[in-house]
Design a protein around this ligand. Structure first.
Ligand code: ADP
Ligand code: LRH
Length: 501
């Protein structure tokens, strides 16, 4: 007998995937995830500017939807919705005809270098944070728009659509801004969950007029409307299948899928980036929070994702890329096994440091950072990998403890979701570094969260975020790591932390 099934489009910085979630199990529902398409993603350099190949991504989405339609037909499933999530901040600009004006620029492009500082001279950082609650990142949409302020492209633009909203527009013809992702633009009032009209008015005078580019906001869970008839027909999807607004920021969807049982949890959404923090009912907008570089992004069901961006597995990805290009071994499982044999905490770097943001020779940059902080740089590939993992665990330790202190929240567990779940050494080190049990899983957190929100929106699942989490946890195959298992005690972590300061 067929199931209700939902298509989650989840675009990560390193790969895009289209995943079908089937809701099974009657009174005790669970979700079975099934990947129907995966395609590589990454920056494309066009004469010195990094772009996303957004049409290639759109094609990957279409191929995935077609495969999902075929598979549902074979199984006798009812395909009941499509939801799209992706990385944050990046966007396409549309002209008066609704046509895309050029490829979206990648957030790792250097066009925003120095822009936050220039904007803050006109509208101070404190005035920003009190409204948007956002960690200063050079790539926040606001700074990208400021960097483009005098371009012909921006002058011709009538709409700005964030990446998931752009792909959704191509499927449905509807132009909206889903609020969890809109909260990463810097242009949203985080308390009201509305565009920040006051801040936008000040920016219009001093930096650039962006308000007219911003489409109406929608909340996750809203049914946006049917996929256009000709598109659905061409892909073999059921007529009228709705596009459902999910937490379209991938991190928002990943946090939905955290299999937490109480509110006393921290999470690491661990992929290309590591997003480390808490789920709160209200933002923390204090100067202390701003100085500690914590961000308040919006979550589903009125929640706030209070977190810090840690550079994440990007450090490792870029090392692998550099080594492969130089003809050195670059097999991840082999390198992780070798790193497990390296003594812990020999050399650590500050994994939050902006020097690691742009693509480049990461092993070299890591060695330079080690030297600069008076340490002997890693001497082998295995030592470099170990340095990255120890440094990430150290950054998680710091982010969890600072988030708890700043938000006045205690936690009993750290949940790790995303591709990093597969990195057992990193999970073990995270348990040790934080002194808390780590529960690892699901790997495809964003896709699961995407499916759960869709299923509730169309009435297949019911209840609160906690109820959705319980459904997600049933099928998730979780692994638990207790702290204190790797022989590196608290004293060593504290000493390594002090070394970096
Ligand atoms: P994104 O959504 O940002 O594209 P993912 O959540 O897919 O990222 O995570 C990708 C990361 O997962 C890779 O950079 C890699 O470090 C890690 N990963 C994937 N497969 C494995 C594996 N077999 N062992 C260890 N780590 C893995
Ligand atoms: C992770 C992510 C993160 C953002 C970054 C740009 O994929 O969405 O939350 O800060 O990409």
């Amino acid at each position: 007998q067929g199931a209700d099934a939902f298509v989650a489009v989840d675009l990560g910085a390193s790969s895009g995937r289209v995943i079908v979630g089937r809701v099974l199990g009657g009174a005790e529902p669970r979700v079975e995830l099934h990947e129907v398409n995966r395609f590589p993603n990454g920056p494309v350099d066009v004469r010195g500017t990094l772009h996303w190949d957004v049409l290639r991504l759109h094609q990957g989405v279409l191929d995935g939807l077609r495969a999902a339609g075929r598979e549902a037909h074979t199984r006798g499933d009812r395909l009941a919705g499509v939801g799209i999530d992706s990385w944050a901040v990046d966007h396409g600009l549309l002209d008066a005809d609704g046509v895309l004006l050029g490829n979206p620029v990648h957030y790792r492009d250097t066009r925003t270098d120095g822009v936050p500082e220039r904007v803050y001279e006109r509208v101070p950082a404190r005035d920003h944070y009190a409204v948007n609650g956002l960690q200063t990142q050079p790539f926040n949409t606001e700074f990208q728009l400021a960097a483009a302020a005098r371009t012909a492209q921006l002058a011709a633009a009538r709409d700005m659509l964030l990446v998931p909203d752009l792909l959704g527009y191509w499927l449905t013809g509807r132009r909206v801004a889903e609020v969890t992702n809109a909260s990463t633009t810097g242009l949203l009032d985080v308390r009201r969950r509305e565009w920040a009209t006051g801040l936008l008015a000040r920016l219009a005078v001093h930096v650039g007029d962006f308000a007219h580019l911003l489409p109406p906001l929608v909340e996750p869970g809203q049914v946006l409307g049917p996929v256009l008839d000709d598109v659905a027909h061409g892909l073999g999807l059921p007529a009228g299948i709705p596009l459902v607004a999910v937490g379209s920021h991938d991190t928002a969807s990943a946090v939905v899928a955290v299999p937490a049982q109480t509110e006393r949890f921290a999470y690491v959404s661990c992929g290309t980036w590591s997003l480390v923090g808490l789920e709160l009912d209200a933002p923390v907008l204090t100067p202390e929070s701003q100085d500690a570089n914590f961000t308040n992004e919006l979550g589903v069901d009125g929640t706030v994702r209070y977190l810090r961006n840690v550079m994440g597995l990007w450090l490792l990805q870029e090392c692998l890329r550099t080594w492969a290009a130089a003809g050195l071994p670059a097999d991840l499982p082999d390198l992780l096994a070798a790193a497990a044999q390296v003594p812990p905490l020999t050399v650590v770097i500050d994994a939050d440091s902006p020097e690691f943001l742009a693509p480049g020779d990461m092993p070299d940059r890591i060695a330079a950072a080690a030297t600069r902080t008076g340490q002997t740089p890693p001497q082998s590939q295995a030592e470099t990998v170990r340095c990255i993992l120890d440094s990430l665990a150290l950054a998680y330790r710091r982010a969890v403890s600072e988030a708890c202190a700043l938000a006045g929240r205690e936690v009993d567990v750290v949940h790790v979701v995303g591709g990093g779940v597969r990195n057992t050494l990193l999970c073990r080190l995270t348990a040790d570094a934080t002194g808390l049990p780590v529960v690892a899983g699901p790997v495809e957190g964003a896709a699961l969260g995407n499916v759960l929100v869709q299923a509730r929106a169309v009435g297949v699942l019911h209840g609160s975020l906690a109820d959705l989490r319980a459904v997600g946890a049933r099928g998730a195959g979780l692994v638990r790591y207790e702290p204190g298992q790797s022989g590196v005690d608290e004293h060593h972590w504290a000493a390594a932390e002090a070394r970096l300061r």
